[in-house]
Design a protein around this ligand. Structure first.
Ligand code: NAP
Length: 243
């Protein structure tokens, strides 16, 4: 189904993992994508993946989502977008007492501030156009917490109040905003956990496996195409949060 024909999307963290899977899903549905990440090579590779959908007009922008200058550039390059996906994110795998201050700043900047900046920069255009959809990739750890993930969980649970508030501010302009809360998903972000943890101590959700990036992309497609959903936290975690 080509439900996203003539829609333009901007996807942060679109060079890899969940962001790339969402871009590929949207491109297959007819959308034109602009991808953002800090490294150019993976972005170029990702654009080649998207081109397999048949369209050739996907683009990329290199930069850090925690840098306001990147968003000024993004708005200039791509002023009117229909869908913003904030997927860029960094993990943390250390107890707070052992986490360097620089890492704390980096995680909050990428996961929370980056999403707030992106939303602020694009909300103006979306409210003016009287349509828009914003999808943030949060985490199930925002609700469960996790030892070794305190700053990461704080950055993601900040998105909960943010989305509720922006949904209230923007609904009258027909702009929707939602979070997806993935559980453990097979991407580079979880590669270290998967390779260095014994099978019996790996996170094991009731459905008995890690999820795939494509399963998160399906959730993003649902949020992009259902015009009656806003202000939600959509959990896609194999049942991990039930415990
Ligand atoms: N994988 C999971 O199990 C899981 C579970 C719950 C939530 N999530 C969330 O899902 C999102 C995507 O994760 P993933 O698993 O797809 O991770 P990934 O495979 O490591 O990809 C992360 C992407 O974000 C980009 N990125 C990271 N920091 C950035 C920054 N400051 N500015 C711009 N781009 C940045 C990376 O490219 P560059 O390095 O080139 O910048 C890459 O494109 C994250 O927000 C993560 O917290 C993941």
């Amino acid at each position: 189904m080509l439900d996203l024909v003539n829609r333009s999307c901007l996807i942060t963290g679109g060079s890899k993992g969940i962001g790339l899977a969402i871009a590929a899903r949207f491109a297959r549905a007819g959308a034109t994508c602009t991808l953002i990440a800090r490294h150019e090579r993976p972005l170029r590779d990702a654009i080649s993946v998207l081109a397999e959908s048949g369209q050739q007009d996907h683009r990329f922008l290199v930069g850090d989502v925690g840098d306001k200058g990147l968003w000024e550039q993004a708005i200039k390059m791509n002023p009117g977008i229909d869908i913003l996906v904030n997927s860029a994110g960094q993990s943390q795998t250390s107890l707070l007492l052992r986490t360097p201050i620089q890492e704390i700043d980096d995680v909050i900047r990428a996961n929370l501030l980056g999403t707030i900046y992106g939303t602020k920069f694009y909300l103006k255009e979306m409210t003016r156009a009287r349509r828009g959809c914003i999808i943030n990739i949060s985490s199930v750890l925002a609700t469960t917490g996790g030892a070794g993930s305190s700053v990461y969980a704080a950055s993601k649970s900040g998105l909960h109040g943010f989305v509720k508030s922006i949904a209230k501010e923007a609904s009258r302009f027909n702009v929707r905003i939602n979070n997806i809360l993935p559980g453990y998903i097979e991407t580079e972000m979880t590669a270290v956990i998967r390779s260095s943890t014994k099978a019996e101590t790996l996170p094991n959700p009731p459905l008995g496996r890690f999820g795939t990036a494509a399963e998160i992309a399906d959730a993003a497609y649902y949020l992009a195409t259902n015009d009656y959903v806003t202000g939600t936290d959509l959990i896609v975690d194999g049942g991990y949060a039930i415990r």
